[in-house]
Each structure stands twice: as structure tokens, then as C-alpha cells.
Ligand binder design. Structure first.
Ligand code: NAD
Length: 381
């Protein structure tokens, strides 16, 4: 069975779907792995490392996809800059594709996948159940993003994070306020704590309290007077009235913070606007805001994707694709996640997909020329 791993084509994407350390295990499971030349170059893995691990290198996409049964990618397929065709049109009919299809934001891609009879699995719809933890690429990548967001804030800030007692005086610790305490937010809290800051965390899900406190940070609690959690531990979109209550509390904590990191998201929806321009204006000059939700519409009013905006001396940063900026480790983590999901689909060195399995059901989007994922079907109707 041939696995093809292309070079990612979305501009700025530095990750790769497989790293050399997983090639040996795949070979033992009966796979022949072919990597497009240069696919790992931006994540620290030259072609030679893959060859040493037992993979073959393809010089062109035609060679890469010829007879491929499995295609492993990071980002969704897109129009190919060299062949001028859509990547999906390059895949052999009946091939299995596994990648982040970003299907909730991009359900239309399912139609093209079905048309080309690709059996596609989306890493972003793998159910967040205990058995799927080692396949949970949303978590591995979000965790890296949370870490990096704190580092870029620390780099942009002109303040120390830890308290310093020096002959030149005592420097108080920086105050960091993290909004949204999911996977990215908790890693941001942990990283800011490790750097010595005083950290507060906030989330509308009451379950986040214990997690924030277990990291040694203070939890900011708001009673919104309505249910804030949907199934699977995710947040719900809250009413306008609840949003107003939330804004009142968030305002005070934003104003007092040196660094604000926002990570709030609701699956399949635009990110909630939580930090208004007035709140940013209430911050001290020199403060930093990092809007990690900028690609989903933004948690911070006025933040711009890929840019840093100055508001009254406050830098509002909208970094894009933070996991890609950690590409050595995020590719390794992703390779582990994707190969674990692949192992679930293979029995006796053959593809054997059990559509009764909860993980398969949750992540398989198209099969046999049909869209089979219920949520995707609903989004398309
Ligand atoms: P996410 O990226 O969808 O959202 C990030 C955070 O934003 C969430 O904590 C959410 O509650 C919060 N949020 C949404 N709207 C908000 C608002 N108006 N104000 C403040 N915060 C808001 O979430 P995620 O990080 O992918 O994880 C969500 C949940 O899934 C968490 O409970 C996490 O522990 C759980 N999870 C479970 C597993 C597992 O059991 N295997 C794995 C991963 C995540």
C-alpha cells in the first residue's frame, strides 16, 4: 500500500504530515512511503532523512500520486501552483485522504472530494473521546499555538514577565490575562506561569475553573445565567444579554493586564467578540494583545489577520498559523496523530474501514462518491 505525502502548498505552511521517525513503523505495517521532494525541508527534515528512514522521494506530484492509496497532508487540498489543477484532481480515484479539511469552515470541499471519489477523513472532526486522544491533532496543534502566542507577546512586550529583585529596584511580575481556557488557552496559561507572570484565566465553561487553578492561575468567574456548554465539552454561542454581562467582567481584567491573549472559539461559528476597542483603549500604553482567534473572525475588535495594529500605544497582534511557526515539533506531533488514525483504518495490511466505529464515523467525510458526514451534509443544505 502506497502512502503519498505532498509538500504543503498553502502559503506560509511549514509543517509536513509525516516525519522520518514514524516511517519505520509504517513500513512494518505494510506501507511504502513516498515523500514529495522538499516536503519536510521547512520542518527540519531534508529528503535524506526520509530516505535514511526507508521512504522514497518523488520529484514531481505526478510521480508522488501515481498508484497512491493513501494521501497524508496537513492543510486542506487547494489549487496546485505548478500543475494548475486542484490537488483533488491529482489524486487517484478511490484514494484515502487524511488531513485537516477544516470542514466546518469549508464544507464545499466535500462536494469536490465526493465527485473525485476520494475517501476523505478530517483530522478536525475526530471525536474528542479518550480513545482518540493520540489522534487529536486539534489539541496537539492548539497546544503549540498557545505556547507560541505567549512567546510572541513576551518578545513584543517591553516588560519582564517574572518579578525581579535587583539593585536597580524591584520589578513587579507582568499581569497576563488569558481569555478562553481550552487547549490553547491552558497551554498559554502554563507558559506564562513558567515565565513568571501573574496569570488570570477566563472561560464561560464552568469546568475550566479547576483546570485553570490546577496551573496555579486565578480563574475569573462570571455567572452568565444560562447554559454555556454544549456536548463534548465545547462552548455554546451565548445570548446578547449574557455577552453584555461577560463584557463587563472582561473589561476590568483587560484594563488591568499587561498582556491579553484571546483564544475563545465556538466550533463552526465565527469567534465571539470579547475585547472591544474601548477595553483596548483602557489598557496601559505598552500593553500587548494577541488575538489567537483572528482567523475565525477575531475575539478582539480591530485585530487584523497577520498584522499588528497600534491602538493608543497598545499593540494588537493577529498572528496567523501559529502551529506552523513551531513546525519541527508540531509536525512530529501531527505525524503521531495521523498515523494513529491511519492504523485504525488498516487491518492485515489492507484498508478495512469500520464505519460503525465512532472515530471513523466522526472523521470520515466522503466515501464511494458520497458525502457521508452528517454535520457536513447539514452545512451544505
Ligand atoms: P475551542 O478551540 O473550541 O475553544 C477554545 C475555548 O474558548 C474553549 O475553552 C471555550 O469554552 C472558550 N470560549 C468559547 N466562547 C467563549 C466566550 N464567549 N468567552 C470565553 N471563552 C469562550 O476549544 P478546545 O480548546 O478545542 O477544547 C474545548 C473542550 O474540549 C475543552 O473542554 C477541552 O478540555 C475538551 N477536550 C477534550 C479532549 C478529550 O477528552 N480527549 C481533548 C481535547 C479537548
Amino acid at each position: 500500500m502506497k502512502i503519498a505525502v505532498p509538500k504543503e502548498i498553502i502559503p506560509g505552511e511549514q509543517r509536513v504530515a509525516l516525519t522520518p521517525n514514524v516511517i519505520g513503523k509504517l513500513a512494518k505495517s505494510g506501507f511504502e512511503v513516498v515523500i514529495e521532494t522538499g516536503a519536510g525541508a521547512e520542518s527540519g527534515h531534508p529528503d535524506a532523512d526520509y530516505q535514511a528512514a526507508g521512504a522514497a522521494i518523488a520529484a514531481s506530484v505526478q510521480e508522488l500520486y501515481k498508484d497512491a492509496q493513501v494521501i497524508l497532508k496537513v492543510r486542506p487540498p487547494a489549487p496546485h501552483p505548478v500543475s494548475k489543477k486542484h490537488e483533488i484532481e491529482l489524486y487517484p480515484e478511490g484514494a484515502v485522504l487524511i488531513c485537516f479539511l477544516e470542514i466546518l469552515r469549508n464544507p464545499e470541499i466535500a462536494t469536490l472530494l465526493a465527485k473525485h471519489k476520494v475517501t476523505a477523513f478530517s483530522m478536525d472532526t475526530v471525536p474528542r473521546i479518550s480513545r482518540a486522544q493520540s489522534m487529536d491533532a486539534l489539541s496537539s496543534q492548539a497546544s503549540a499555538a498557545g505556547y507560541k502566542a505567549v512567546l510572541i507577546a513576551a518578545e513584543a512586550s517591553h516588560k519582564f514577565f517574572p518579578m525581579l529583585t535587583t539593585a536597580a529596584g524591584t520589578i513587579p511580575p507582568a499581569k497576563v490575562f488569558v481569555i478562553g481556557a481550552g487547549v490553547a488557552g491552558l497551554q498559554a496559561i502554563a507558559t506564562a506561569k513558567r515565565l513568571g507572570a501573574t496569570v488570570e484565566g477566563f472561560d464561560i465553561r464552568p469546568a475550566a475553573k479547576g483546570e485553570v487553578e490546577s496551573l496555579g492561575a486565578k480563574f475569573v468567574q462570571v455567572d452568565l445565567g444560562e447554559a454555556t456548554e454544549s456536548g463534548g465539552g465545547y462552548a455554546k454561542e451565548v445570548s446578547e444579554e449574557a455577552r453584555k454581562k461577560e463584557h463587563e467582567v472582561v473589561h476590568q481584567h483587560v484594563a488591568a493586564a499587561d498582556i491579553v491573549i484571546t483564544t475563545a472559539a465556538v466550533p463552526g461559528k465565527k469567534a465571539p467578540l470579547l475585547v472591544t476597542s474601548d477595553m483596548v483603549k483602557a489598557m496601559k500604553p505598552g500593553s500587548i494583545v494577541v488575538d489567537m482567534a483572528v482567523e475565525q473572525g477575531g475575539n478582539v475588535e480591530g485585530s487584523k489577520p497577520g498584522e499588528t495594529v497600534q491602538v493608543n500605544g497598545v499593540k494588537v497582534m493577529g498572528p496567523l498559523n501559529l502551529p506552523s511557526k513551531m513546525s519541527i515539533h508540531t509536525s512530529m506531533m501531527y505525524a503521531k496523530n495521523i498515523t494513529t488514525l491511519l492504523a485504525l483504518l488498516v487491518k492485515d495490511k489492507q484498508m478495512q474501514i469500520d464505519f460503525e466505529d465512532e472515530i471513523v464515523k466522526g472523521s470520515c467525510i466522503t466515501h464511494n462518491g458520497e458525502i457521508i458526514h452528517e454535520q457536513t451534509k447539514k452545512l451544505l443544505n
